[in-house]
Design a protein around this ligand. Structure first.
Ligand code: F6R
Length: 241
């Protein structure tokens, strides 16, 4: 694994964006696995800047997002589809039909999850997966558990995740209790994984994932078994390494 430590979140984000841009230059029709939340925001800002400078194009790329809240419509202000439109897709030359975010309104979420995995496989798998990490070590919404779940699935969110994500909603009560999340298999099968973690509240999870045992209690620890992972950290997130 490659551990890169930067002075601040903006620098970590810019460096992660350069890895994604390099992937798109090497393979313009790359399948990108994308994430939401606070951590990737500086990554997307820098990707937009690179696109506007003519340094990168998304015209041939395909994307699959990690997750979506069950019950939220695509245009809900807290949906991950809306986040992706506002933070990236609306500002670059990505083809709308090439962007995929799990459908929070799927009438049969389990069937949807199985189809989502199939679609990723049919697209050739993910070339580069961008990840954040939860304070409890989750990746996607793969929450601490007594086992790893391979396929895309419906997850019951933990209190820790609901608490961490309530900042985007009016109150904790409004945070959906379930999400659709890519499982561990599609993440591990990605050619390259770029995980961005910033801020001191991620330091323990980062330490446990990198130096602890591989355990489903810290889902990100499974990345120790991936051959091409970049940990893009700011000093605060790296402070316990
Ligand atoms: C988001 C996702 C989550 C977040 C994680 C960290 O698509 O899958 O695993 O990456 O919860 O969130 P932030 O970056 O908001 O701290």
């Amino acid at each position: 694994m490659k551990i890169r430590i930067y002075d601040n979140a903006e620098q970590a984000g810019s460096a992660a964006a350069l890895l994604i841009a390099a992937q798109l230059i090497k393979k313009p029709d790359s399948v990108l696995g994308l994430a939401t939340g606070s951590s990737p925001i500086p990554v997307y800002k820098q990707l937009i800047a690179l696109y506007k400078a003519g340094a990168v194009s998304f015209a041939k790329a395909v994307s699959y997002n990690l997750d979506e809240y069950v019950g939220l419509a695509p245009d809900h202000k807290c949906s991950y589809r809306r986040f992706m439109q506002e933070e990236l897709f609306d500002h670059v030359d990505m083809r709308p039909e090439a962007t995929h975010v799990p459908d929070g309104l799927a009438t049969d979420p389990d069937a949807f999850a199985a189809e989502y995995d199939k679609a990723i496989r049919a697209a050739g798998g993910i070339d580069l997966q961008l990840l954040g990490i939860g304070r409890n070590g989750h990746i996607g919404f793969n929450e601490p558990n007594d086992h790893f779940v391979g396929g895309c699935h419906v997850v019951d969110l933990t209190e820790s995740t609901i608490d961490a994500n309530k900042r985007f909603f009016n109150s904790a009560d409004e945070v959906p209790r379930q999400a659709l999340s890519l499982g561990i298999s599609a993440i591990l099968e990605a050619g390259t994984v770029v995980l961005i973690a910033t801020g001191s509240d991620k330091a323990q999870a980062v330490r446990d994932a990198i130096h602890g045992d591989i355990t489903p209690r810290v889902q990100a620890s499974i990345l120790q078994s991936h051959r091409d992972v970049y940990w893009m950290l700011d000093k605060a997130a790296a402070s316990l390494l």
